[in-house]
Design a protein around this ligand. Sequence first.
Ligand code: FAD
Ligand code: SF4
Ligand code: SF4
Length: 1006
Amino acid sequence: MTPATGQPRATASGRSGASAEVAAALRKAGLADLSDGVLERALYSSDASLYRVVPMVVAHPRDTDEVAAVLAVCRALGVPLTCRGAGTSIAGNAVGTGVVLDFSRHLNEVVEVSPHARSATVQPGTVQAQVQRAAAPFGLRFGPDPSSHNRCTIGGMIGNNACGSRSLAYGRTSGNVEVLEVLTAAGGALRLTGPGALPPGTEHGPGQPGRAGERGTPDGGPLPLLREAVAGGLATIRTELGRFGRQISGYGLEHLLPERGFDVRRALVGSEGTLAVVTGATVRLVPEPGHRALAVLGYQDMASAADAVPGLVARHRLAACEGLDSRILDVVTARRGPGARPALPRGSGWLFVEVTGESAAEATARAGEVVSAAGGTDAMVISDPRHAAALWRVREDGAGLAGRTADGRPAYPGWEDSAVPPASLGNYLRELGALLGEFGLTGVPYGHFGDGCLHLRLDFPLDRRDGRTVLRSFMTEAARLVARYGGSLSGEHGDGRSRSELLPIMYSAPALDLFRRVKTAFDPDNLLNPGVLVDPRPLDADLRASAFHPVRQSLALAYRHDGGDFAAAVHRCSGVGKCLADTTAAGGVMCPSYVATRNERDSTRGRARVLQEMVNGTLVTGGWRAPEVGKALELCLACKACSSECPAGVDMAAYKAEVLHQAYRRRLRPRSHYALGWLPSWARAASYLPGLVNAALVAHFPGRAARFAAGIDARRGLPAFAPRTFRAWYAAHAGQRASGGTPALLLVDTFTNHFDPAVGIAAVGVLEDAGFSVRIPRRRICCAITWISTGQLGVARRVLRRTLAELAPAARAGIPVVGLEPSCTAALRSDSVDLLTTAGPPRTAGAPGPAARPGAADAKAVAGAVHTLAEILATAPGWEPPDLTGTPIVAQPHCHHSAVLGWDADAALLRRAGADLTRVGGCCGLAGNFGAERGHYDVSVAVAETALLPAVRSAAPGTVLLADGFSCRTQLSGLAGRTGVHLAQLLARKPGSLPDGTRNPWRHGR
Ligand SMILES: Cc1cc2nc3c(=O)[nH]c(=O)nc-3n(C[C@H](O)[C@H](O)[C@H](O)COP(=O)(O)OP(=O)(O)OC[C@H]3O[C@@H](n4cnc5c(N)ncnc54)[C@H](O)[C@@H]3O)c2cc1C
Ligand code: SF4
Ligand code: SF4
C-alpha cells in the first residue's frame, strides 16, 4: 500500500488478495459488520463527486472501540482510512482506496439533548435532520443547515465544516461545535472542549490513560508539534487564514492563534477526515425563531443581484440571502414541466432574502423593509410558509437539478462552491462568466450570495478525448481568478480531490508548509484520507465520468433522454443522495426500500452505483447477470418514485426492467415471473371457472402448492377471482347504457376485470352521472405492466402493440381513454412510449432522436389521450361530486400516481367535495408483484409500516381508506384487515353505503 498517493496495492477488480487480508485482520480485531465483497466496494466507490475510487474494504463500526481497532489494523498494515457519513461530499472528500469507515449505519444516535445547556451530544453518523427533530420540542435547533440536511451526518458536517443558506444567522459548523471527541491516527483519544482547554500530553488511548510516545511526537500526541508549527507560522496564519467567512479551503489554522486560545476543537472542523477520526460531538443548539418571512427581489441579472448584497447585509439582519437566476428555473421547467416554474418578480436574477421575527407581522414587516431597500427591478414578500417552502425547494434541489443543463447535458461538480468576499461577488461573477465563455462551458449558477459563495456545475466535455485537459485548464484559470479576488477555492464543500491540487494558487509556500506540518503532527504516516489537502491526488485522476463506455446495443428500452445509452442513463446518478432521505412525512415516496432497510445497497444511489460498475466492467465483471447487480436490484419495488423525485431523473424501475430482460433472455426465469408476470393470461383462463379455481386455491394443500409454484410468499393470501368479470357485467347491462353524452373509453384492466369489478361498475356510474357515454374496448386488452415489471419486455411489447392498436383509433378521434388502475394507466402514459421507441444513436444537434418501432405512433397517440378518473371528471361541465363534507379520508396515492400521473386532480376533487383529507406519503409496500414474491414479505411489511399502517391505525373510526391501486387495497386488507376504497367507489356512493361488490378479494394465507 502506498498511502501517500492513495493508490491501492491491490487491483480494483474482484475481491483482491489485499482486500481479503485487510478484511481478515479487521475481523480478527473484532469488527463484525464489514465487507470486502465486490457489491459493497461498488456501493462505496463514489460520493457525490466526479470521482470513482474503489475501496478495499467497507466497515460499519458499532462503537468507538471498533473505530480504534480499525485504526490499529490500518496502522499495522499501512492501509489508508477514509471516514464517511452520508457520502454527500461533492469534491471527492469521502472516497478512498483502503478502508472506508461508514458511520451512518450504527453510530447514528442523538445521545442527549440538554435544553438548559442548549446543546446536543451526538454520535458522528447522526443525520442533521434527526438532531433538529430531537431539539424541536425544546424550541431549539442546530444552526447550520446544508441543503443536504435530511441525509448528511454531523460527522460529515464536521469533516467539511458545512453550513448552508442560513449561515448569515448561524455561521459554519466550526462555530457550533462545543465538544469534539476524536481518535488520532496513532490511536490516541482526545476530548476537545474549548480554547486552550487541553494541556499538552493529556490525550489517552481508549480505556488506557496516559498513552505516550506516539510516532512523530516527542511527548505522546500531536499537540506539541502542533503548537510548535503554529508558533513558527503566526504571521502567515494571521495574514492568509480566516480572512472572510467562507474561506473553507485548507486547514482552519486561525483557530489555533494565541488570541483565539489555541482552539484545536474548531481547527479540526473542516479537515476532511485527514487529521483525526470524530467519534462523538456535542453541538450548540440555538432558539428556533418564531416566524420567518421571505422577500424575493428581482434584478436585471445575477451579477446585479450580487452587487446589491453588501448593502442589504449591512443594513438588515438577514437569516439568509441566496442568489439564483433564470437558468435554474429553465432546468426546473425542463425537468418538472411549466407548472413547476414558480412565479417570481420581474427580472433575470433574484435574491431570496429570509428574515425572522417574534411574530408573523414582525417578520413580514422586516421583509417589507428589505424590499424597500432592494433597488432592483421588482420584488415580493412571501409570508405564507407553504409558498416560501416551495420556493426554497427549488433552491435546495439546486445541486441535483443543476446536474443537467436545461438542454439535458450532464453538468459536473468541480468548480462547485468557490467564494469571494461578498463585496467582490458581482465583479467575480462577471469575470467568471467571461472565462466560461472562453472555454465554451455552461452551467446553472446559484449560491449563498450573502456570504459570497457561488454554486456552479459545468458541462465539462468529459466524454471527449480532451475532456480532462479542459477540466484541468478551466479549474486552474478559475483558481487564479478567485485568488485574484482574495477568495477561496471552496466556500463550503472542502477541497477534496477536486481542489487540493490547486491550493498553491491560493496559498503561499509558507502556508502550504504549515498545512504539511499540521498533517504530520496528527497523521505522520498519511493514513487518514490520503490524496486530500496535503500531497493531493491530481484533480483529473480517477474520474468516474470517463470510466464508462456507451451501452447501446440490443436494448429493449429507448433511453430517449440519454441518447439511447444505458450507461449514460445509469450515470445520471450524481450521488447527491436525496434518495437516502426519508421524505415520507412531506409526501415523498423515494426510496421506500432504503427507508425500510437503511442499507446503501437498497437505495436508488446504491443501485445506480452498482449499475455504473456493471457498465464499467472492471469491478463488477459479470455484466447483466452479475450477482451483485441482482442483489442490488432485488429489493427495488419498481415504484418509479425515483423517476420523478430524484433530481437527476434516475428511473430505476426502467433500468431494473432492462436488466431483468437482458439477464433472463432465453433463460429460465424465477417462478414468480411466470406466475405474476403472466397474471393477465392466468386470470383470463381462470375466468371460465372462477368458483372452482377459488375453491382449489383456498384449500390447504393446493393453496400451498400454488404459492410455491408461483414463487409467492407463504404468508400472502391469494386473490379471489370475481364470480363475474367486469366485461361480463358490462355486456349484460349494455342495453341499459345511456347513448348520449361525451364519449369516453374505459380501460378494462386485468385487476378491475377479474378481481374487483365493483370498481369498474362504480366508475361507469360516476362517468355517466358526469355526462359521459362510456364504452369499453371491444377486445380484451392489457397494459402489459406485469410483463414490464418482471422484465419480459419482448412479450410486453407484443401485448402493448395489440392494446394500442385497439385504443389508438379512439385516441386519434379525440375520445379520452380513462384508466382506473394507476399502474396500468401509467404504463400507457409512459412505459409504452419507451418500449416502442428504438434505442437509437446518440443525440447530437440536428440529428434525429431514437427511431420509432412499429406501434410507436399509436403509443404516443394513446399516451396523450389517457386520463385518470379525477382528471376526466375535472373536464365535465357542471358535474358536482357527492357531498363529502367532514368525511375523514386517509389516502396514500399509488406510487405511480406520485411518479407518473400526478395526484393533484384527485386532491382538488376531494377538497371540492368537502372531504377531510389526510394524504399519506410513501408506498404501500406491495407494489404489484414485489411484495407477493418469496423473500420480499418482511421488507414489504416494513415499507407499509413507514407511513401507511401507522396512518391507518391512528385514523378515527369510520375513516375512508382511499386506495386506487389493487396492490394498495390488497396490502391494506392483508396487513391491516381493512377494506380500501377506489375513488370511483367513493364517488359512486356516499361513505357507509358502498356498492355491494366492494369487498376484500384476498383470502388470508395459511
Ligand atoms: C445536494 C447537495 C447539497 C449540498 N448542500 C450543501 C450546503 O448547503 N452546505 C454545505 O456546507 N454542504 C452542502 N453539501 C455538501 C455535503 O452535503 C456536506 O458537506 C455534508 O455536511 C457532508 O455530510 P456527509 O454526512 O454526507 O459527509 P461525507 O460526505 O460522508 O463526509 C464528509 C467529509 O467528512 C469526513 N468525515 C465523515 N465522517 C467523519 C468522521 N466521523 N470523522 C472524521 N471525518 C469524517 C469524510 O472523510 C469527508 O472528508 C451538499 C451536498 C449535496 C449533494
Ligand atoms: S439516485 Fe438520484 S437522488 Fe439518489 S443519489 Fe443518485 S442522483 Fe441523487
Ligand atoms: S423504483 Fe422505487 S424502490 Fe426502486 S430505486 Fe426507485 S424509488 Fe427505490
